[in-house]
Design a protein around this ligand. Sequence first.
Ligand code: NDP
Length: 167
Amino acid sequence: MNSEKMNISIIVAQAENNVIGKSNQLIWHLPADLKHFKKLTTGNTIIMGRKTYDSIGRPLPNRRNVIISRNKDLKIEGCDLVNSLEEALELTRNDEKVFIIGGAQIYNQAMNIADTLFITEVKQVFEGDAFFPDIASDKWIEIAREDHKADEKNRLDYSFVTYKRRN
Ligand code: NDP
């Protein structure tokens, strides 16, 4: 498959210690991050692992939802089911923008394929059982950063950071 022509992004919110989830749930409540996620992904394609889908519990509206599972009998209304990340990318190769939205297993497999990372840095250490892989500085270059202080709605400091793959 020629993934070079594709525009594949990873989008994630991670704590200072790379934690992204615990017991198949998100840990923090950051409405600004949910808004950011919605703004970037609406109208586009999202690819996720079956556990992340379970944790969300429904297809996200106004997006093409693609779920990866090894279970060939799985059917979920409103979603495209595939049996590997490669199959997900093949299926969505003509889609304009493709976002890989987690979780840990899928991020690990997608780090070598994505060309952009949209990282929300959550400025705290959390206990968890799902982690985002390290962002190697020889592979990725930071191209944008927006820092935000905690406020009444968002009780933690956070930053929206964009990385592009180095050529
Ligand atoms: P994933 O969401 O990555 O899903 C794992 C499942 O995907 C597997 O059990 C399997 O499904 C399927 N799968 C994985 N690799 C393959 C493959 N190569 N071929 C076929 N199927 C495959 O699960 P994780 O547990 O890693 O991550 C979930 C956690 O991540 C949760 O805590 C969630 O809240 C968190 N999360 C956090 C985000 C954030 O931005 N902070 C974003 C998204 C998730 P099956 O078992 O059906 O075969």
